[in-house]
Structure formats: C-alpha cells, structure tokens
Ligand binder design. Sequence first.
Ligand code: AG3
Length: 280
Amino acid sequence: MKDVFFIERDPYAPIRHCYAVSKVLYESKSQYQEILVLESPEFGKLLVLDGVVQLDEKYEFMYHEFLAHVPMHAHPEPKDVLIIGGGDGGTLREVLKHESVRRAVLVDIDKEVIEVSKKFFPTLSCSFDDPRAIVVNEDGYKYVQDYEGEFDVIIVDSTDPVGFAHVLTTEEFFKFVFRALKDDGIFCAQTESIHYHLDMVVKIQNNLRRVFPLVDLYTSVVPIYAGYWWTYSIASKKHPVREPSREVKVKTKIYSEDMHRHAFLPKSFYERIMNRSFSF
Ligand code: AG3
C-alpha cells in the first residue's frame, strides 16, 4: 500500500485528520465499539476505536505522561489508584512507575481493547502483569458507585464523551468520584481539545466545580489528535495541583517538575475561558 490514508471520524472536530498507513493489522467489532489496529510508517501502530485514533506508538507518551503524572505528583503519596478506561494500558504503565502505589485498579468496559493491546501494543500493555495491577471488565460509571473513601487518585482515560463515555463527564458521576476518593483525593480526566471542544471543556469544568472545592485545567500537545492542544481537567479535595508536591523521581520522556507547572494555563487566561470572555 502506497499513499494510503486513514481518515479519522472525529465526532466533534470540524476537521478530518488523515494518517498515512501501510497495513490493517486488526479489525473487529466488540460488544461496545469498532476496533482497528493500523500500521503507519510515521507513527508506528495506531489504535482506532469507533473511527477515532486513540493512540500511536510514537507520540502516546505526550498524552499518557501528562494524564497520569500531573495528578500523581500533585498527590504527596498516592497508594490506591483507580483508572477508568485506559484499556490499552498506557496510563497504568505510568501510574505504576510510582513506588508509593500499592494497588492500581483499571476498570475498562471493553475486554477486547485489553486483549488487542496485549497483542499489538506491548510497550503500552507492559504493566498488566504487575502484581499491583487489578483489571476489572465493568462499567466504570457503576464500579465507582460501590466505593467510599477508597482511592487517592482517580483517572479517567476514556474515549470521546459521546456514546457510552458521555456519562463520565456528568455532575452525577463526579459526585460518585468525590465519594470514592479519600479525604485528600485527586481526580483527573482527559477532556478533549481546547479549541474544537471548548464548550464541552467548560461544561465539564463547571460540572466538576459543582462538586469539588478545587478545579483546574491543564494542557499538553498531542500530535495525533485533531486540534493538537489537548486538555485535562483536574479536581482536588485538598492538595494544590499546580505544583508537584514532591521531587519527580519516575523515569519519563517529557514530564518533569517544570513541565508540570508549564502545563497549567495562566490563571487569568483560565478565568477568561471559564467566564466566557474569551472564545476562539
Ligand atoms: N483516549 C482519548 C482519545 C481522545 C481522542 N479524541 C479525538 N481525537 N477526538 C485515549 C486513550 C489512550 N489511552
């Protein structure tokens, strides 16, 4: 195959990304979604769910390191961590780099994504065998409702908030998350592109503000997602989040103490986004 491009079906962005690909390695329809694994000369393998590129082998660290290490370092000693979604294992891999972690529960509704990742993405799925990892194939929205004061950090690594992932952005869900966290717990979720999905970002932030005393927004560049400039919403019961609470000892490619600080938008700009005096 030469000059063959895969066109992404982003449900929201008014733009279509095309990725140069050389091979279709896997194609199936699970109980929940279409799963596609593509080979690309530039990006390595790509994981595509319901037509949307979730990750590539080349740049995935630019997403997973920010999603995991900002909340994990804002917390002084995360021991019990819950990841909702993230069946590819990338977020789990980053979370388990923290020596303080004694248990990381990954709840992904779709078992097939985990199996596909184990087969095609060994650099992401490398931590599923860690004795501290517990994998549960359930609906994260329901799972979290069974816990009270259980987790130090909860991370949502979901697909776009359309279809079954939409409930993970609602005020009701955030109330369950708040209850499932310990008294000084921290929550973080990937929340789409700052420009193409700004309305959604503000809505999610407002839902979080109705539940948590401290809510903030940070960003990183993710070269394979439409819009590139990706947001993460973080909410904390007690600990400040703009600074790492301790020295960064984990081995990372891009995340560092400085990158942690740098990821947060200046407060004045963040407030302009939230009070809608700024729009693109
Ligand atoms: N989950 C978030 C992917 C969002 C992509 N959306 C888009 N391009 N519109 C990634 C899962 C990786 N662990």
